[in-house]
Ligand binder design. Sequence first.
Ligand SMILES: NC(=O)c1ccc[n+]([C@@H]2O[C@H](COP(=O)([O-])OP(=O)(O)OC[C@H]3O[C@@H](n4cnc5c(N)ncnc54)[C@H](OP(=O)(O)O)[C@@H]3O)[C@@H](O)[C@H]2O)c1
Length: 339
Amino acid sequence: MTKTPKVAIVGATGAVGEEMRLCLEERNFPLESLTLLASARSAGKKMSFRGEELTVKELTHDSFEGIDIALFSAGGGISLTYGPSAAAAGCMVIDNSSAFRMDPEIPLVVPEINPDAAFTHQGIIANPNCSTIITLMGLYPLHLAFGLKSIIASTYQAVSGSGAKGIIELEQQARAWAEGGEMIQEVYPHQIAFNLLPHVDAFLEDGYTKEEMKMLNEGRKIMSLPNLKVTCTCVRVPVFRAHSISVSAEFERPVSVEAARQAIASFAGTELVDDPANLKYPMPLDYSEKIDCGVGRIRKDHVFENGLALWVTGDQVWKGAALNAIQIAELLGSKRQQT
Ligand SMILES: NC(=O)c1ccc[n+]([C@@H]2O[C@H](COP(=O)([O-])OP(=O)(O)OC[C@H]3O[C@@H](n4cnc5c(N)ncnc54)[C@H](OP(=O)(O)O)[C@@H]3O)[C@@H](O)[C@H]2O)c1
């Protein structure tokens, strides 16, 4: 790979793709050129990057010629169709979809948690599920301190997790409610404005959803904890951006709230906001467009013997997707510079 890579964003017009472009700019990511790819619908659209106007191109199998790093964010089908051929052409693929996450040959990486896994790649690295990343940013420091055994989690997932169309649906329904108009329901099976949907992704035969199983399967893979037990309920909430997770976790060793607070406060990428007396705890409005995830409401769990209850919030479009992918690229770049 050349020293200053040529980068492409696949799905550049989507909720995550747009934030990838912004994160590359804000983090001053060293690149020689940026190529924006999307479907034929968006070809020709102009988008700005570092003061220049770039034109979105239609994604084809020839799009990756000369590209060093491709950040994929256009859904699993597109990743499966174009990811392997891009990697075979010598392009480093960092994929945001669920297409490759559980492939044992493909690393699933959160740079603060399992950076070494990134260097085992064979051309493709998978970015984990957004709720899983944010939950683990709160849990992994506690795992290091006390040894994680099991989790019971409930998620509160923002509509931008469903892409740009989720944001439009909540906006339209809230406006229609205020103006007495008709609410349009296209993305979600029920009204999302002023409601909660205990349903994210497709239902499986055992009653869980695919999203809920990602917390179990991806959590085990990222933390190398094959025996970790997880029960999860994923809920879509009428919040525009940033997911929150309520977690009760059981540990191998005795816990203390003070040691847990210290572990969170000293972990890179996580901040402690835990001051109930002054009504301070992490909330989605405070964590939108924020790099760090927030952890608060840390207390002894009343069910588990060595248990803690906590609340984690993080920007799922950033740390749960675009930012984490770019941090992976930065990680690979820093290693290249050292060698
Ligand atoms: N939103 C989140 O918080 C989040 C978090 C983690 C992971 N993800 C994952 O990231 C991926 C993208 O999600 P999103 O929320 O950004 O969705 P989105 O807002 O719906 O955007 C989808 C993007 O994919 C492009 N696309 C669709 N069909 C295409 C095709 N045939 N060829 C080329 N490009 C095509 C779209 O281009 P057009 O504009 O041309 O249609 C658009 O740029 C998904 O796999 C999702 O699961 C999302």
